[in-house]
Design a protein around this ligand. Structure first.
Ligand code: NG1
Ligand code: ZN
Length: 567
């Protein structure tokens, strides 16, 4: 039988007008000499003034191609460098359902970013033929669609100009959302692409985002009261103005709602961004931002620079700091959701699970498995891996320890929650809270606002103070070390990054030290965002965790040097 796959592949020629425009519009954004760009875990991220405009121009081409590949679905482009310093910036591409760009396409983005201006027309033609033309998938003349936004960095407007220049050359239909948090942009993308589907995500506007979340929050609270107030550190980033917007829609303290005190919301002084504040500062320094004026035993949380990450914390009456990180949010959320499902009478119909990375504290993993009796999956670092793994559950809760994460409800879970006939008022309450959570949780991507409101709802339902939450399990002391080596790429990790496959012999040395340590666990892996190897160690005591981390760091240094001297 003559299958269409046997037919010769047609060749598409791009009009000279488009190829020339691609080259001409790129003129203000040359490829800097001697630089090599790579689309990593967080897209492209670097100092904003060393060729990032060239990279962003190239990303416009990627987004246009990606939209065509997905039958002119709307693709997102976000300009942000998250928790990095103010002088950095970055860019990442958002796929149609609001998730991260498909991994295979990271390579095309890398190729385009490293292309000289003069070759943009030719590479566009080549990639069109390689990626879009096959006997079953024809390139048609409908326009690609892209939506984009930026955070509050000073370099943002210039980079947006570069992005528009390549989108214009390709006649892309686009919407400029101005300044948004990263998760808000993901929300917009998913709204656009689900407009006519059986499960529309919502209204693709800022007001639409705020209304959806505020209404879901009110429903999920179900008349519960929140004790005390919550201090939110916005890292002097985009989260500040956007949280002030969201607060206009949320019920306030005098209205049975939430009493939020916003701190670090200065977006006027560019250098203030992420400076001595924000989720990354709090997690890595293990201390409250000096500016937060934390009151003993009151809930505090910190967002990162683009508001896709959150950690909670409090200080006690000795001013001692207590961190409630992504692992804590995951356990709180999973526990709450599993309980509500049980009360609603649908617990046995739903497969609920938690996804973590190797950086999750061992005590949290044990708590989920042994006390909560839920399955735990471990994936490599980077939310795209966790997101993917979470889809294997009906309700998949995923969080990185540093506070990136969300909860995914699949169609089966949504159908069961919406379709179950409650047998008692208790069941009805629980079903309605679960239903509200489907909207409260930003299922496109981890969202600091949504995770914050979910945490508040779960604490209110349990009437828990931050200490009650802290007392659910005791973290194992741990230590994270950054080791600089001549070439981090010689360190190849396997088994969800928990073991080193190469350099040969290194893992055996690590195992040796781990086996000598009481409750010891350690691993080393090359960072995906920095030129370094990260070492993580935990043990029953802080001294042992530190000792083990130093021993493993030494193994990494030795094997790193050895590999360099051989090459
Ligand atoms: P790398 O640099 O690959 O360890 C870091 C974080 C990740 C994730 C990414 C993206 C740690 C140990 N690693 O990755 O969790 O957040 O940045 O931003 O926190
Ligand atoms: Zn971020």
């Amino acid at each position: 039988m003559d299958s269409i796959f046997n037919q010769p592949k047609p060749v598409v020629t791009i009009q000279d007008e488009v190829k020339n425009a691609l080259v001409q519009n790129a003129a203000p954004y040359p490829l800097p000499e001697g630089k090599r760009f790579q689309y990593g875990t967080a897209g492209f991220r670097m100092k904003a003034d060393v060729g990032l405009d060239h990279v962003v121009y190239a990303v416009g081409i990627v987004a246009a191609l990606r939209s065509k590949r997905r039958n002119e679905a709307t693709i997102g482009v976000m300009i942000t460098a998250s928790h990095n310093p103010a002088e950095d910036n970055g860019v990442k591409v958002v796929d149609p359902m609001g998730d991260m760009l498909e991994q295979e396409w990271e390579e095309y983005a890398t190729q385009l970013a490293n292309t000289e201006n003069a070759l943009f027309g030719d590479i566009y033609e080549k990639l069109t033929n390689d990626l879009l033309v096959d006997p079953v998938h024809q390139v048609h003349t409908r326009k690609s669609k892209v939506v984009f936004a930026r955070d509050t960095r000073a370099s943002g407007p210039h980079l947006i100009k570069a992005l528009k220049a390549s989108l214009d050359a390709l006649h892309v239909e686009y919407t400029d959302y101005g300044i948004l948090t990263t998760p808000m942009l993901h929300h917009m993308v998913r709204c656009h692409n689900t407009k006519n589907s059986p499960r529309p995500f919502g209204e693709a506007s800022e007001a639409g985002y705020h209304k959806k979340m505020a209404n879901a929050f009110k429903k999920a609270m179900y008349g519960r009261k929140i004790k005390g107030h919550l201090t939110v550190d916005c890292a002097n980033g985009v989260g500040g103005p956007k949280l002030h917007d969201l607060l206009k829609y949320l019920p306030n303290a005098s209205n049975d709602g939430i009493d939020i005190k916003v701190v670090n919301d200065d977006v006027i002084k560019p250098e203030a961004l992420n400076y001595e504040c924000g989720a990354d500062y709090v997690k890595t320094k293990q201390r409250a931002p000096p500016s937060s004026n934390a009151v003993p035993f009151e809930r505090c949380c910190s967002l990162d620079g683009d508001a896709d990450r959150i950690v909670y914390y409090f200080i006690d009456d000795n001013k001692e700091f207590h961190l409630l990180d992504g692992d804590r949010i995951a356990t709180l959320a999973a526990n709450f959701i599993a309980d509500q499902a049980r009360v609603a009478g649908i617990g046995d119909k739903l497969k609920i699970g938690v996804v973590q990375t190797a950086y999750a504290n061992g005590a949290s993993t044990e708590y989920i498995q042994k006390v909560m009796k839920l399955p735990v999956d471990c994936t490599p670092t980077g939310v795209k891996h966790l997101h993917h793994a979470a889809k294997r559950f009906d309700i998949g809760v995923y969080f990185e320890a540093n506070g990136h994460g969300t909860v995914l409800f699949n169609d089966n879970a949504i159908d069961i929650i919406k379709g179950h006939d409650p047998q008692s008022p208790g069941q009805k309450h629980a079903l309605e809270s679960l239903d509200a959570l489907i909207d409260l949780i930003n299922q496109a991507v981890g969202d600091a606002f949504s995770d914050m409101l979910l945490t508040e709802v779960a604490l209110a339902h349990r009437a828990w103070s931050p200490q009650d939450w802290m007392n659910t399990y005791i973290d194992l002391p741990n230590k994270l070390v950054r080791v600089v080596v001549p070439d981090r790429n010689v360190f190849k990790a396997v088994d969800a990054e928990r073991r080193l496959e190469s350099p040969a012999g290194a893992q055996a040395r690590i195992d040796h030290y781990v086996n000598l340590t009481n409750r010891g666990r350690a691993f080393a892996r090359a960072s995906g965002t920095e030129d370094a190897v990260r070492v993580y160690a935990e043990a029953h005591s802080a001294r042992d965790a530190e000792k083990l981390a130093n021993q493993v760091a030494e193994v990494v240094e030795t094997y790193g040097m050895r590999a360099a001297s051989k090459s």
